[in-house]
Design a protein around this ligand. Structure first.
Ligand code: PRP
Ligand code: URA
Length: 209
C-alpha cells in the first residue's frame, strides 16, 4: 500500500489557510500555490538517493554528496496542476515536465483525457504527478494509469488538499504510488467538491468560472 504523507510544516499550514480563503484573489492564490509546492518538493524528494563525489573547496579537496540515481520528471494534471509546476521546478530545475490533460465530466464525474505529452524517456524517470485537488480520485487514478501505460514505473503524487475518498481510490488502484498531501480534509460534498477544501482550483488559479 502506498504511503500517505500529510505535511505538518507551519509554513505550509499557514499558506494553505490563505489559499482556502474565499477572499484571496487570483494573484495571491497563484503565488501561494507556488510557494506551498516549493515547500512540498522538499518532502517529496526526501528519499532521493545520494552518492559521494569529490569537490575542491577553497581550502582543500573533500568528499561531499550529490543526488544520484534516476532522473526526475514532473507531470501536472491540466489545468490546475500547472499552478504547482513553477514551485517544484524552483527546487528541481533539472526535472523534465510532461503534461496530462484531463477534465472531470460534470455529469458522470468521470475523467476525460484530452492531452498527453511526456518526456521521451519517461520510463527511466522518477515521476511526480501534480494536482492541487484529490477529490474522488478519478483524475489522479486515470493520470497515473496513462503514465504506467506509457512505461512509467516510479510515480509519486503530490496534492495540496485531498479527501479521504480520493486517497483510498488512488491507494487501491495504485498501491505502488506514495501520496504527499498538504492537508487531508473531511469529506466530499454532493457535487464531489472537497469540504472544506478551497473551491475549484482551476477557476481560482486562472480566474475562470
Ligand atoms: C479538478 C482538479 C483535479 C480534479 C479532482 O480538475 O484539478 O484534476 O478536479 O477531482 P477528482 O479527484 O474527483 O477527479 P477539473 O476536472 O475541475 O479540471 P480543471 O483543472 O481543468 O479545472
Ligand atoms: N476539483 C476542484 O477544483 N476542487 C474540488 O474541491 C474538487 C475537485
Amino acid at each position: 500500500m502506498g504511503k500517505v504523507t500529510e505535511m505538518n510544516h507551519p509554513l505550509i499550514k499557514h499558506k494553505l489557510t490563505f489559499i482556502r480563503d474565499i477572499n484571496t484573489g487570483a494573484k495571491e492564490f497563484r503565488e501561494m500555490v507556488k510557494e506551498v509546492s516549493m515547500l512540498m518538493a522538499y518532502e517529496v524528494t526526501r528519499d532521493l538517493p545520494l552518492e559521494e563525489i569529490e569537490v575542491e573547496t577553497p581550502i582543500q579537496k573533500t568528499k561531499s554528496q550529490v543526488i544520484s540515481g534516476k532522473k526526475l520528471g514532473i507531470v501536472p494534471i491540466l489545468r490546475a496542476g500547472l499552478g504547482m509546476v513553477e514551485g517544484m521546478l524552483n527546487l528541481l530545475p533539472a526535472a523534465k515536465v510532461g503534461h496530462v490533460g484531463l477534465y472531470r465530466d460534470p455529469e458522470t464525474l468521470e475523467p476525460v483525457e484530452y492531452y498527453c505529452k511526456l518526456p521521451s524517456d519517461v520510463e527511466e524517470r522518477d515521476l511526480i504527478v501534480l494536482d492541487p485537488m484529490l477529490a474522488t480520485g478519478g483524475s489522479a487514478k486515470a493520470a497515473i494509469q496513462f503514465l504506467k501505460d506509457r512505461g512509467a514505473t516510479a510515480i509519486k503524487l503530490a496534492c495540496l488538499i485531498a479527501a479521504p475518498e480520493g486517497i483510498k481510490v488512488v491507494q487501491d488502484a495504485h498501491p505502488d504510488v506514495d501520496i504527499y498531501v498538504g492537508a487531508i480534509d473531511e469529506k466530499l460534498n454532493d457535487h464531489a467538491y472537497i469540504v472544506p477544501g478551497l473551491g475549484d482550483a482551476g477557476d481560482r488559479l486562472f480566474g475562470t468560472k
